[in-house]
Design a protein around this ligand. Sequence first.
Ligand SMILES: [Fe+2]
Length: 178
Amino acid sequence: MQIIDKIISNFTNNKSLYIGEKVTMSEHMIQTAMLAEKAKCNDDLICSCLLHDYGHFILENPDDLIKLNVDGHHENIGHEYLKSFFKKNIVEPIKYHVLAKRYLAKDKKYYDHLSEASKTSLNLQGGVLSNDECSKFENQKYFKPSILLRKFDEAAKKTNIKMKSIYDYKRLLVSKLK
Ligand SMILES: [Fe+2]
């Protein structure tokens, strides 16, 4: 249970803005989970969405990393940390959500619709996937939830919407512990 209190305290206390956007990192992750709920996704995916950028809470200052032109690999950092506490179904889509972005960005329409900050980070993350990398990813067990997570992620940047609180997800978080 200690981890749940730690997560709740991170969500409550971290006021840093989501890179290049007007919402905080916490609001962004909660909105991602809200979109998964709205799309009637299963509980596992809602939980993955809620925690997908947790690596940014661990990395001290993602804005600085961008300025330094270094990618912090927040997906790996979040995955590495959370996997000791949460089930595989929860943490695997977190690990692959950046790969999902690199997959989706192969489509020009999708790429054009990315925000400037997102285009910059895409380059730092390795750019669009090759055809081979795409087919490899398509055959991967967590392909579908990772793609869905990424789509909700991209849309979760709204200001002036009625927000849920991290406390609304406490029971869900507890239920997904190992
Ligand atoms: Fe995100």
